[in-house]
Design a protein around this ligand. Structure first.
Ligand code: ADP
Length: 175
């Protein structure tokens, strides 16, 4: 068991809906907890559930990410390992969050639109295709892939355990 570090960090999972962000965030939070670190998880669906007026225009998305990034930076300051799972489609907003935080690890949870749509865990792609959801990332709204993420995880070619192992192998070297 490694020693508990007093330094916090922010692990930021970005990617399309259905790419595997929440699944991996939950597993990663368990892994970090088992290592004795204080952990908090901030997740897009949960946060939007709490702030239901948050919309999906670029401006609203950016503002949402800025707020969440600020929360993450506060937790990090107190030694928490913060696991964030947000589509966060815009590079500029992710860059702003990086600048707010001290140790920021951006992980691109990468899967093709086709793979995510085939999974369609929440039925959102079907609803978007049926015209019931507008501004859906990957369909009629942009996703700007990270240019220099700390790590890329290809979830359409790996199972959950393999993807988690990719992330924890990276973190082991860092923590
Ligand atoms: P997101 O949070 O990115 O919208 P979810 O985690 O809710 O995505 O859903 C991802 C789905 O893909 C889950 O059903 C999960 O079991 C499945 N999946 C398949 N392979 C992987 C992988 N390598 N990593 C993460 N999830 C995966």
């Amino acid at each position: 068991m490694m020693e508990r570090t007093s330094e916090g960090l922010v692990i930021w999972l970005t990617g399309l809906s259905g790419a595997g962000k929440t699944t991996l965030a939950v597993r990663l939070a368990e892994w970090l907890s088992a290592r004795g670190l204080p952990v908090e998880r901030l997740d897009g669906d949960i946060l939007r559930g709490r702030f239901p007026d948050t919309g999906f225009t670029r401006r609203e998305r950016d503002e949402h990410i800025r707020r969440v990034g600020f929360m993450a930076s506060l937790l990090e300051k107190h030694g928490v390992a913060v696991v964030c799972s947000f589509i966060s489609p815009y590079r500029q907003a992710r860059r702003e969050v990086r600048e707010m935080c001290r140790r920021f690890i951006e992980i691109y949870i990468r899967a093709s639109v086709e793979a995510c749509e085939a999974r369609d865990v929440k039925g959102l792609y079907a609803r978007a295709r049926a015209g019931q959801i507008a501004n859906f990332t990957g369909l009629d709204d942009p996703y700007e892939p990270p240019e220099n993420p700390e790590l890329i995880v290809d979830t359409d070619r790996q199972d959950v355990d393999e993807s988690l192992a990719t992330i924890t192998a990276y973190l082991e070297r860092l923590l």
